[in-house]
Design a binder for this molecule. Structure first.
Ligand code: TYM
Length: 334
């Protein structure tokens, strides 16, 4: 398949506020890809039901994710920006793919094991088949490139397996999708406390959200763990320090990063100064997104238009794929 004909698909769950991990793992790529490819980006509201069965907060979260997507630079005219539940073809494909997914492999999935541990009283079948629904999202548009962060790599591998099995059993319909990032490697944005990654719902004081106000950003960055600094030149960095540098590389100018790297290697680094700089650069990055998103989030008429237009585009693509899928499966009896 040629570069220009490649189709792109990705999604974000509406389970909370978007953060820097979502931006640098996913959204930053979306915004660039919309200029080069046919893109389908959605709010994965059905996926959120596997862990958040209470739907009271869903509407607000869906609006927020849509608004934050647009505030980061997605153009709903250029891409299909839609809600997963507005494209019912998704659930039909999910059903067919479920017959090709095995209990053993689903139980071994890292995200399933993590979530089962977090919610031992609600290990539902939707949670188990989460990667199948995600594969359906992607294959529904016969997408090839899936911009995601590192945490989604295993789900992409499973999507390739399901696509292969379908093609092998019934006939070639699906290309094998792969995780994509403009840099070489998939991104994992670490949390500010040096343990794990930034996340929508865990360790909120160690996660920088796109909706955080300036003072909160300062407070969170200044609280990040540091130490007295290296005692000898060119000491390897502990994780919590290299994480700070990683975050700085995302939002600060190159010469600023170089300045602190030199100071680290020469044992003259002052982490207080580094964190002050990082906080101001973060604010310069986050504040305009926050302000833009806030204006869009409260414009319900506009968001409705966006969702309707997005669903229309996504369903046109989905209908065509499902026609092909049913045909090769032999589900046409007349
Ligand atoms: P979700 O909602 O957890 O995250 C949305 C996107 O943000 C990326 N991400 C990160 N990247 C780098 N560092 C981090 N700390 C970080 N945290 C999150 C995720 O990799 C993702 O790209 N299962 C998906 C949603 C989904 C989907 C899809 C994705 C549903 N259907 C089809 C792609 C294609 C999820 O839970 O993402």
């Amino acid at each position: 398949m040629s570069h220009t004909s490649s189709i792109v698909m990705s999604g974000i769950r509406p389970t909370g506020f978007l953060h820097l991990g979502n931006y640098f793992g996913a959204l930053r790529n979306y915004v660039r890809m919309q200029e080069e490819y046919t893109c389908y980006f959605m709010v994965a509201d059905l996926h959120s039901l596997t862990t958040h069965p209470d739907t009271a907060a869903l509407k607000g979260h869906v609006h927020r994710v849509l608004a934050e997507n647009i505030a980061c630079g997605l153009d709903p005219e250029k891409v299909a920006l839609y809600c997963q539940s507005h494209v019912p073809e998704t659930t039909e494909l999910y059903l067919y793919l479920n017959m090709l997914a095995y209990k053993g492999e689903l139980e071994k999935t890292t995200t399933f094991k993590d979530k089962a541990r977090l919610q031992p009283d609600n290990i539902n079948a939707g949670l188990l088949t989460y990667p199948v629904l995600q594969a359906a999202d992607i294959l529904l548009h016969r997408a090839l490139l899936v911009p995601v962060g590192k945490d989604q790599e295993q789900h992409l591998e499973m999507a390739r397996n399901f696509a292969q099995r379908f093609n092998h059993r019934y006939g070639e319909v699906f290309p094998e999708p792969r995780a994509f990032n403009y840099g070489e490697e998939l991104v994992k944005v670490p949390s500010l406390d040096g343990t794990g990654k930034m996340s929508k719902s865990e360790n909120q004081l160690a996660t920088l959200y796109l909706a955080d106000d300036d003072d909160l950003i300062r407070k969170k960055v200044m609280k990040a763990k540091t130490d007295q600094g290296p005692a000898e030149p060119n000491t390897p960095m502990p994780d919590y320090i290299s994480n700070l540098f990683l975050l700085m590389r995302l939002v600060s100018a190159e010469d600023v990063v170089a300045h602190f790297e030199t100071a680290y290697n020469g044992c003259s680094i002052r982490y207080g100064d580094m964190k002050k700089q990082l906080a101001e650069d973060m604010i310069r990055f986050i504040a305009p997104v926050r302000e833009k998103a806030e204006a869009i989030r409260t414009d319900h008429a506009y968001l409705q238009q966006v969702m309707e237009l997005g669903a229309e585009k996504a369903r046109a693509s989905a209908r065509e794929t499902m026609r092909l899928a049913r045909e090769v499966m032999g589900l046409r009896y007349y």
